[in-house]
Ligand binder design. Structure first.
Ligand SMILES: Cc1cc2nc3c(=O)[nH]c(=O)nc-3n(C[C@H](O)[C@H](O)[C@H](O)COP(=O)(O)OP(=O)(O)OC[C@H]3O[C@@H](n4cnc5c(N)ncnc54)[C@H](O)[C@@H]3O)c2cc1C
Length: 373
């Protein structure tokens, strides 16, 4: 039996960020993770720190995404110090290219609603013309079919694999204990302590955080919580490495710090099938060429499908169990964007009980709408 002050179940983008924050605050923490066969959104994502489209219908989540983006600079510095890894955080704003008049009109409507929803708090994204886009990305020729873009002032991007590596390395360097290949199958609560059991080990602590992506659905009911999430597939394409041409974050086409371009990001309701398909791949590639015609001559080297972790309203769930206090869940899409807030605020909520303003808006109780007759 391994004992600790806190058990974090999940070593993906959410779990590792919370575990890193806990150990940073001096909390003796074990982080239990699955294995290569698990669904792992942390290993297949696009790397955006993205704010402009987040929180439609839940303003607290829009604010939360922006707060996290603002914490990101310090967070990246902190990771560099503790893990000696530069995650290459860029925060000069982000462009979402609009490839038809219809897309532009749909986006304009969304921006109007977001602006109304934000009220005095403000909303910092706007539609800009193709000529302006061209000025912002001088290293690439913007295609004639581009109907403008939305520019979000708070957006940015990082290298997500380096981020995951940095969280893990920082965690262990600061004294955290990491147990890969320890899928938790059972959680019990006994005399103020939780016991989490994998096939090979048992762990005990007075607090337990479930931050294990799709694994949460099975485990949350064991601590009296309901955490509704569903899968959605995203396919991503990667090109060969070419000379650096654009540092700014682009919503569906971004150049990584290593030179390759990533093209993405489909939204497909295919259950837990994380394969790739030719029609979707072709569509993603065609959009990239429409946006920047020179991409036609850049070779694709890799593509993958990966399963998103989506709540019903695509906003985060953070909850503590009422029946078993000391058990928490933390889950959402946007684990890269929220990594800074998770490491700073969610770890503190778990260790001290300190919450952020209007924190109850993140409870899954928001989905408990009484059925109508
Ligand atoms: C195609 C795609 C693009 C994306 N792009 C972005 C983006 O640009 N920006 C952004 O912010 N977000 C993006 N995301 C979302 C982001 O990757 C996820 O929000 C994030 O990875 C979720 O973190 P998580 O820790 O909850 O889940 P995961 O990252 O999936 O990690 C879950 C972990 O828990 C482990 N686990 C599961 N069950 C158990 C168990 N029973 N016991 C122990 N361990 C367990 C698994 O092995 C895994 O390591 C994208 C996602 C996809 C799929």
């Amino acid at each position: 039996m391994h004992s600790a002050e806190t058990i974090v179940v999940g070593g993906g983008m959410f779990g590792a960020a919370v575990a890193y924050g806990l150990i940073r605050d001096g909390v003796d923490t074990v982080m239990l993770d699955g294995s290569d066969g698990s669904l792992r959104a942390a290993r297949g994502n696009f790397g955006l720190v993205w704010v402009q489209s987040k929180g439609l219908g839940l303003q607290r989540y829009a604010d939360w995404s922006r707060e996290s983006a603002h914490l990101w600079d310090d967070f990246a510095t902190d990771l560099r110090d503790s893990a000696n890894i530069d995650v290459n955080h860029q925060n000069g704003g982000g462009l979402n290219l609009l490839l038809s008049e219809e897309e532009r009109e749909d986006y304009r409507r969304m921006i109007d609603i977001m602006r109304q929803q934000a009220g005095d708090g403000g909303y910092d994204a706007e539609i800009i013309e193709r000529e302006e886009v061209q000025k912002m990305v001088p290293g690439l020729r913007v295609g004639d079919g581009v109907a403008g873009a939305s520019f979000g002032a708070h957006d940015g991007h990082v290298n997500p694999l380096k981020l995951l590596r940095a969280l893990h390395r920082g965690f262990t360097k600061l004294g955290g204990r990491y147990f890969p290949s320890n899928d938790v199958a059972r959680i019990t609560h006994d005399g103020g302590a939780f016991i989490a059991e994998s096939a090979t080990n048992r762990f005990t602590a007075p607090k337990i955080v479930l931050a294990c992506g799709h694994g949460i659905t099975k485990l949350a009911p064991m601590v009296g919580l309901n955490t509704p999430i569903r899968p959605q597939r995203g396919q991503v394409l990667v090109t060969e490495k070419i000379e650096a041409t654009v540092a700014m974050a682009l919503g569906s086409i971004r150049q990584t710090d290593e030179g390759g371009f990533m093209f993405g990001n489909s939204e497909e309701e295919t259950g837990f099938d994380d394969g790739t398909t030719l029609p979707v791949t072709q569509n993603i590639a065609a959009r990239a060429v429409k946006a920047f015609p020179q991409m036609e001559n850049v070779r694709l080297v890799r593509n993958w499908g990966c399963i998103r972790v989506l709540t019903p309203d695509k906003c985060a769930i953070y909850d503590e169990s009422e029946t078993m206090p000391g058990a928490y869940v933390a889950t959402s899409h946007s684990g890269v964007t929220l990594a800074a807030a998770n490491a700073r605020h969610i770890s503190r909520w778990v260790s001290t009980g300190e919450t952020q303003p209007d924190f109850d808006h993140f409870s899954a109780r928001r989905f408990d709408v009484p059925a109508t007759a």
